[in-house]
Design a protein. Structure first.
Length: 279
């Protein structure tokens, strides 16, 4: 089965238009979106903005892709720009069989390959904190807070740093609960692994990826891991892939004007991996 992976579209119409063309030309059987695919939601009204985008814009794109390529499966995770209420909206479409929401606790089988997905990232300067956690237990609490979606009150509430990050399990602890897999499997994770070709920012002299994600890859050794979050990394490092033990890890990056994606075949995920922009 042919798989297309792209990430960090941020609701940009020009990138989605190019993804329409890529789906039409390559005709993948599976399209995976690696988080931050939605337009940013208004902090005062994420339901009227990001949730509305899910139902009225994103799912219409999905329907268009599936008309163009009958049988196409669209799978996704979320990212640090996404609200919990948007995840709930996507869950309704997952439950109806329109899309697949990938999870780290339950593997999804496709084309004799298993997939796990993980949406959360270490703390960022951005103000939506629903999918942000400390990277490792004992990491310092960041000084900057933000906002989260309150399930009980069905509203936005302020997320004070100590209350939010101190009360939640770290990425490392959550990833310990991931399903254990043998054979060929793919890990789809918004945050890239620390100290790799996939987590480099311009004008920053240190890696910015997740130490917990790297630790998970080192220990569990997926066949392939797919990442996003650090859009500029392939341009900065000069590579969209890296090797961590026996695992090949990839971050296609993302442009503001030109879509970046990777494609591969499930019969040989690493040997068939190719980028739409970079050689």
């Amino acid at each position: 089965m042919r798989v297309c992976f792209t990430t960090d579209l941020h609701g940009r119409p020009e990138l989605y238009d190019q993804l329409d063309q890529l789906v039409r030309g390559e005709r993948p059987e599976v399209l995976i979106l690696g988080g931050d695919m939605l337009a940013d939601g208004d902090i005062d009204d994420p339901v009227g903005t990001q949730v509305a985008y899910v139902h009225n814009v994103f799912m219409r794109r999905v329907e268009g892709w599936q008309r163009e390529v009958p049988g196409l499966i669209v799978a996704c995770i979320l990212g640090n720009h996404d609200w919990l209420c948007a995840w709930i909206a996507l869950q309704t479409h997952h439950d109806a069989g329109r899309i697949v929401l990938l999870d780290h606790r339950q593997a999804w089988p496709c084309g004799k390959v298993w997939f796990l997905g993980y949406s959360k990232t270490p703390p960022t300067p951005y103000w939506v904190k629903d999918f942000e956690r400390l990277d490792l237990p004992g990491d310092p609490i960041p000084e900057t807070g933000g906002a989260v979606w309150d399930l009980d009150g069905q509203c936005v509430r302020k997320a004070l740093p100590r209350e939010h990050f101190g009360a939640q399990a770290s990425l490392a602890v959550e990833l310990e609960a991931a399903a254990r897999l043998d054979g060929r499997w793919v890990f789809v994770c918004h945050a890239p692994p620390h100290a790799s070709n996939l987590d480099r920012l311009p004008h920053v002299d240190h890696p910015v990826g997740s130490r917990a994600v790297r630790q998970f890859i080192e220990q569990r050794q997926p066949t392939l891991s797919l990442h996003g979050h650090i859009h500029e990394s392939p341009d900065v490092s000069g590579s969209y892939t890296d090797r961590i033990g026996e695992c090949t890890s990839a971050n296609p990056g993302q442009g503001r004007e030109r879509l970046q994606a990777v494609l591969f075949e499930t019969r040989d995920p690493v040997g068939t991996l190719r980028h739409t922009v970079f050689a």
